[in-house]
Each structure stands twice: as C-alpha cells, then as structure tokens.
Design a protein around this ligand. Structure first.
Ligand code: LRH
Ligand code: MN
Ligand code: MN
Length: 388
C-alpha cells in the first residue's frame, strides 16, 4: 500500500500554474459576461493569483499571455509577483489576433508575415529573460479551410524553419513548449493538429523542445493518458494545459467534465515518474470562467487537480504490477478503481491543516470578504482576451 506520508509529501511538492487570462472576463463569440471586481491590469491579475496561492499553497506560478498582459517593464512585473510570493511562469505567445494572420502566422505563404510572427515569438523570449520565465508556450492558429488552399507540406517546412529560429534564441534553462490542437480556427487542415506532429517538430528541434498536452484539444474519445505515457517515455512531455471539454475547446474548469479522465492522466504521470521535480512537467491550467466567479473557480480547479493527483498516488503499485503480471484483468482494473473510488478530500483537508491552511480553500476565500472588496474597488475590469 502507498505510504500516506509520501503521498502527502508529493502533494505538497506539486506546483499548479494558473493562467492570467483565467482571472479576466471571458465568454463565447456570442457574449462576454462582465463580472464585478475583475482585474484591470496584469498587476491585478497577479493579486488574484496570489489569493489562489495563499488559499491552496500549491499555485505560486502564473502564466502570462502576450500581448494580453502587456506592460512597460516586465522585470518590474516579476518583482511585483515575487513580493506576493509568486513567480511568472510560461509566456504564451499570440499570433492569432491580427488581420495579418488571416492565412496563418509561422506557416503563412508570405515570408514577411512569417517574419512578423517570428519577431513576436523572439520578443516573447526577451520577456522571458526579463521575467525569469523558463517556458515559452506556443499555440498556432495556423491551418487551412479548404482543400487546395495551400501546400500542406510547404506549411510544415515553414513551421520548422520558424521554430528553429526561435529555438536557437532560447537562453540557458529555457524551453520551447509546443501545443497541438486538432481543429479550430482552421477547419480543413491544422498545421499542428496532434501530438505526433508536435513531437516530430520537437524531436528535430532538440532536447529543449517539448510537447504540451492541452486536455481540451483532442477529438472526443481520444485516449489522452496513452499520449501522456508515450511522451513521458520519450522525455518529451513538457507540461499540461488542464481544462474540461464537453463538446470542443470549452476551457471549463479542470476536472469538472471528466474527473475520471483526469485521474487516468495523473495515474500515467505518477506511474511514469512525471511528478518528480526532475521530470520538469509543468502542470498548468488553461481555462476561462465565463459565468462563474473567477478566483473561487481557479481555486476549485487547483483542488480538482490535487484530488486527481492524490487518487493517482494512492494506486497500489505492487498490487497492480502483480495483477498485470499474472494477467488478472479484473484484479488489475479493481486496483485502479479502488484508488479512484477513494474519497481523498479528508486527506487533502488534513494536508492543508498541517500546512497552516484552511481545509476548505473555496469556502475560506469566500468567507474572507475579499470578493466583495474587489467588486467595490475595481471598476471597469479587463477582458481575458477572447470574444468581442
Ligand atoms: C486556444 C488556446 C490554446 C492556448 C490558449 C492561450 O485553443 O486555448 O490552448 O494555450 O488559447
Ligand atoms: Mn492551451
Ligand atoms: Mn485551447
């Protein structure tokens, strides 16, 4: 049986990175519902992230998105974060919200457009130098809508060239993390549609290029945990963008739609050594909160990832290995289900109390009265970046 002290130590050591855009107003292309008290500046987004960390104890890192989080002085933003017990995490690039990118960015047929896109990515590495961020996270909206629209192989070639230039620019201790997504906004071909394409590019680039698994970026029914196991085996899993999907890239709270899937993913992470600090797997959230209050929703999401991790850590590895070796299908499945069916909330409550935290972080935040305070203080909150 797993040692409970070791399980707790692993949970206390896990770091979950929250996205700056999760604190802003967001919605769909139909409507963005403004909420009272949302941040007006990147600084206020960090204030919110600091609350998530204060109540959970495991969320000291915040991902930025450029240019949604544009400031004049990124080193000053990093100092502001540090003063609040935070660090700036992945820098997310944006080559998808400009008229120039109608036919793509790094895969665009026109070299001048590709130049512009690469310059933006290089600018993101400059920001990483200023903030001390280790990860450059790339997601490209590139693709085509119609058969024959462009040469798909030429687009791969352009992508490889652009990525190589950015990779060369990386400094000591910096990584390039490449996201894939099987559809949208292009609907016929997507230039980085799946883990295989991302993996092939990362392999060519070198050891500091790794794949990001965004849980919302797969076709329904895809076995994401298999992809996770395979990437970990190859040393190519850079991290996760956790969120939930029902239909498409819904970006709902992690662990909300399919907690069993999140458990299966975390089981492969634990089983393949991905939780060890040396594996350097970034556990990031990539989600927005359209209709629910933002800070409590991020706290809830962090807790959901912790619950899935706790269950994965409770899998009896010896019993599982024995059942697998003897070909006892039912017993092997039962070992996994025993862990999944364990109510880990008491364990997490105890862990939080041991660390001087409130056992129920959402309730504690709501009780703190801060939500009412920011609602009164912050007028004219910022949009996360999506929608109109
Ligand atoms: C688009 C996307 C992607 C990025 C994020 C900033 O699909 O959700 O996952 O990480 O925007
Ligand atoms: Mn993502
Ligand atoms: Mn997405």
């Amino acid at each position: 049986m797993p040692d409970i002290a070791a399980v707790k130590a692993a949970l206390a050591a896990q770091r979950i990175e929250t996205p700056s855009w999760g604190y802003g107003n967001s919605g769909t292309r139909f409507k963005v519902f403004a909420q009272p008290g949302v941040p007006r500046t990147p600084y206020e987004k960090l204030d919110d992230a600091a609350q998530v960390h204060a109540f959970t104890g495991v969320a000291p890192k915040v991902s930025l998105h450029i240019p949604w989080d544009r400031v004049d002085d990124y080193a000053a933003l990093a100092s502001y974060a540090k003063e609040r017990g935070l660090e700036l995490g992945a820098i997310n690039s944006n080559t998808f919200q400009d008229d120039t990118y109608r036919l793509g960015s790094v895969c665009h047929p026109d070299a001048a457009v590709r130049r512009r896109a690469v310059d933006h990515l290089l600018g993101c590495v400059d920001i990483m130098d200023a903030t001390g961020s280790a990860d450059l996270k790339l997601w490209f909206a590139d693709g085509t809508n119609y058969p024959g629209q462009d040469d798909v192989t030429a687009r791969q070639e352009r992508l490889a060239e652009c990525l190589a230039e950015v990779y060369e620019r990386l400094g000591e201790g910096q990584r390039l993390l490449l996201e894939y997504k099987f559809f949208e906004p292009a609907f016929y071909t997507t230039d980085v549609p799946d883990w295989g394409t991302a993996y092939a590019h990362c392999l060519r680039l070198g050891p500091r290029a790794q794949v990001v698994v965004d849980t919302g970026h797969h076709a329904p029914g895809t076995n994401i945990e298999f992809i996770v196991a395979l990437l970990l085996r190859e040393g190519k899993l850079g991290g996760f963008d956790f969120n939930s999907r029902f239909y498409a890239d819904d970006d709902l709270m992690a662990g909300a739609a399919d907690p069993f899937q999140l458990f299966r993913i975390m089981h492969e992470v634990v089983r393949n050594g991905g939780l060890a600090p040396a594996a350097d797997v970034a556990f990031m959230l990539d989600q927005c909160h359209n209709i629910e209050a933002k800070v409590p929703a991020v706290i809830r999401s962090v807790a959901n990832v912790q619950e899935a991790t706790a269950k994965a850590l409770l899998v009896d590895g010896d019993a599982l290995a024995a059942a697998q070796r003897s070909g006892d299908v039912l017993a092997a499945n039962a070992v996994l289900m025993d862990a999944y069916d364990t109510d880990v909330r008491p364990l997490l409550r105890a862990l939080r109390e041991e660390r001087g935290l409130d056992p129920d972080p959402v309730a504690a935040y709501l009780r703190s009265g801060r939500q009412e305070r920011i609602a009164a203080e912050r007028v004219g909150g910022d949009q996360a970046g999506w929608g109109a």
